[in-house]
Design a binder for this molecule. Sequence first.
Ligand SMILES: O=P(O)(O)OC[C@@]1(O)O[C@H](CO)[C@@H](O)[C@@H]1O
Ligand SMILES: [Mn+2]
Length: 439
Amino acid sequence: MAEPPDFLSARDVGSFAYITMKDRTPQILTKVIDTLHRHKSEFFEKYGEVGMEAEKKAISLLSKLRNELQTDKPIIPLVDKWADTDIWNQYLEYQRSLLNDSDRKPSWFQSPWLFVECYMYRRIHEAIIQSPPLDDFDVFKESKDQNFLESQESVNVLCTYLQQLTIEDLDENQLKDEFFKLLQISLWGNKCDLSLSGGESSSQKTDLLNSLEDLKPFILVNDMQHLWSLLSKLRKTRKKTSIVRVDFVLDNSGFELITDFILADFLLSSRLATEIHFHGKMIPWFVSDTTLRDFNWVMEQVKHGNHEHQAKCGGDWEKYVQAGRWVYHDHVFWTLPYAYCAMFQVAPDLYAELQKACLIIFKGDLNYRKLAGDKKWEFTVPFHEALNGFHPAPLCSIRTLKAEIQVGLPPGLAEQLTASDPSWLTTGKYGIFQFDGPV
Ligand SMILES: O=P(O)(O)OC[C@@]1(O)O[C@H](CO)[C@@H](O)[C@@H]1O
Ligand SMILES: [Mn+2]
């Protein structure tokens, strides 16, 4: 049996992991510190002197974190008392145990990229929760909200499109075409990712609907037909009362979340699904990832949008939530450093929850990295193999490529792309619909 591949790591000088840890993560930390500086007077108005002290403390903790990162210091245990502190510190012990035959310690540039990048965002959370009364301040809220507000034109176009779809008049082929269109909208909505842009604005400005044909050549793995076969068969065969549940493991808030809401709405209106479960993050994560506050805020904004079709969508979506047809979950596992092949052991309750789904959609690049264990797989390794036993239900990754990991490609394609577009793995320009399940 061949040795399992190594993990992506900043140890590989010049790799995307290396560039992210060397350049992008310090930039993200600097933006977080600047955000706290810019809210100084707000903290004073709200909390007086205590607020000023808290802001100073959070900034000093974050500056210390940035220095540790930039000087490749050893990774240190978390000292806060939060729901997952022990799990994180056990994981750090595990990383230490992997090195026990050497004097090396887990560090920012020596340890697996997935671990240290997740750890950085968890240390940001530690700095905030150790600085009451700022302990529920979302340092990324501004940029997530700005991404949504700057994408209003595109949001209007998509809400209008959805409202003008007369789904009941569509035949099977037309329904499939619309399903494929909205899947692609959800895919390309993943390009707007603030952690890739280091927090710079990445809102959606172009009209995606009219760009889908032009973007098709950039879809490297296209398993949309499998999704259609799975859901349309269930639609035909299910009993009136049976449940067809589709789970979205969400990625970014803002425009991407809207594209997921639009797809989820279509799944219910077309009766391709009867209920949707969304999985968000318990804490602010990778700059733009969706938290419960973001989920509710975006829905509120759309409901009170100054555009009739947006408002109609927002009203419908609120009704789905109230009727229990859209359900939001935020399990702590999603903000741990584990690859998903560890979920059955580490979070059996979540694994059991996902097993209730007929289809699980994993949005975005970080989810893909965790599905495939953030390993340096050969590009032609089957997706099923890279999942390493993670099969709670039929699943599909919908992801634009922003990290040097991709499996399930036909022989020769990776080489062809490297020759024609050397940064094809990391710019978000290419995307996949990669399915694992019965075909
Ligand atoms: O999961 P998303 O939001 O699609 O992208 C997240 C991500 O690609 O952004 C960072 C910068 O490339 C990576 O470290 C991480 O995987
Ligand atoms: Mn993200």
